[in-house]
Design a protein. Structure first.
Length: 350
């Protein structure tokens, strides 16, 4: 039995995680604490919002008084911490927002949990969801393992690295019941169209340029978001306290190859002439400090807990494109208003 404080449940990964836990564990109570920033959207949870074991609280994880009050009210036995500022490009223009939410916010959750749990950690879990970007950038070979030294290079990854360190410090100092996972790039339904894949899907639909940073040679390891949620479920229930688990897709793509695959599949689905969408590819100024390559070695998770990704990439991408084509209202809604301003500033007329 668990009563779980799940943070950031209205975001991309958080909404999949909330859906999985609310439906798979009807005996658990899930309280979703989300500030509803530009990236949070309650439409992402429409299908489960009326479930009796689900509650939503609009609020900020940095608000320690609120978090303390929620612990008192709901008597949480676990925290699934997903809330974050998550977009590298935004961290380049506004680093303090990332330090505030990702570092101070994580510390405030730890502090409230520590005050409430005292030293009785039986049946308690503080699960911190993190990223492979904390390890920095790989060259053309090699993989990130759980032993790889941290070397974050963007304000986003540095803020996530700092939060990982604080979580680990609570384990070493207070024997706090922490678990951490560091995952590679996710894709799938409800992904906000500021990130590469949903941005390109949205632009292909609307015949707009597909902005590729630099030469498009940077490599990312893509994992279907539901597979990430499944991995978190397994680690939450069976992973060892104090341990870190890497989660990855064994699925490396250069950005340009990935966008070409998207173009190919979308031409077919939209019944456009072969090669139509590729003409939209536009090379733009590179991201500052752009990490060359991320690739995860997820052997520990496979050997210890038996987790493997369930979907091949071509199938996952096809499912993802279909979701966006069938949910144009969602896409229109999230790309109206402030999104337009963000886009104009970020892509400077492209
Ligand atoms: P997202 O940006 O889609 O969602 C973040 C959610 O957190 C939003 O609902 C937002 O409203 C909420 N939030 C932001 N600041 C908050 C605050 N101060 N208080 C309360 N709620 C707040 O992010 P995502 O892509 O779903 O990422 C979720 C987590 O997974 C993050 O911790 C991220 O670092 C990690 N992660 C993401 C990826 C990826 O590819 N997207 C990969 C590995 C790890
Ligand atoms: P992104 O989806 O922002 O994830 P992350 O930076 O966290 O890996 O970007 C994925 C890759 O795509 C990254 O190498 C940057 C690149 N990219 C572009 O080339 N153009 C874009 O418009 C965006 C958003 C990203």
């Amino acid at each position: 039995m668990h009563t779980i404080l799940l943070t950031g449940g209205a975001g991309f990964i958080g909404s999949h995680l909330t859906r999985l836990f609310v439906t798979k564990y009807p005996e658990y109570k899930i309280v979703n604490l989300d500030k509803l920033t530009y990236a949070g959207n309650l439409e992402n949870l429409k299908d489960i919002e009326d479930k009796p074991n689900y509650h939503f609280v609009k609020g900020d994880i940095t608000d320690l008084a609120l978090v303390r009050q929620l612990f008192k009210e709901h008597q949480f036995t676990a925290v699934l911490h997903c809330a974050a500022e998550s977009h590298v490009d935004r961290s380049i223009t506004d680093p303090l927002a990332f330090i505030n939410t990702n570092v101070v916010g994580t510390a405030s959750l730890l502090q409230a949990a520590k005050e409430f749990w005292g030293t009785d950690f039986s049946n308690k879990i503080f699960y911190h969801i993190s990223t492979d970007e904390v390890y920095g950038s790989l060259g053309e070979t090699g993989f990130f393992t759980e032993q790889t030294a941290y070397d974050p290079r963007s304000p986003y990854s540095a803020s996530k690295a700092a939060s990982d360190h604080i979580v680990r410090a609570f384990y070493h100092t207070y024997h706090f019941p922490v678990k951490i996972s560091n995952c590679s790039n996710n894709y799938g339904p409800y992904h906000f169209p500021e990130k590469l894949i949903p941005l390109c899907i949205h632009n292909i639909i609307n015949n707009k340029p597909l902005p590729i940073y630099g030469k498009g040679e940077n490599v990312r390891d893509w994992l279907f978001v539901e597979d990430h949620a499944r991995a978190i479920d397994v680690i939450f229930h069976k992973g060892r306290i104090g341990e870190t688990y890497n989660i990855g897709g064994h699925n490396e793509w250069t950005n340009i190859a990935l966008v070409k695959e998207l173009c190919k599949q979308m031409d077919e689905k939209l019944r456009r002439e072969k090669g139509t969408s590729e003409k939209l590819i536009t090379y733009v100024k590179d991201r500052a400090g752009h990490d060359l390559r991320y690739a995860i070695d997820a052997t520990k998770l496979k050997n210890e807990l038996g987790w493997l990704p369930s979907l091949q990439f071509e199938e996952g991408i096809s499912k993802t494109i279909d979701w966006y084509l069938n949910n144009k209202e969602w896409l229109d809604e999230v790309t109206s208003g402030n999104y337009q301003k963000y886009y104009a500033k970020q892509y400077d007329g492209v």
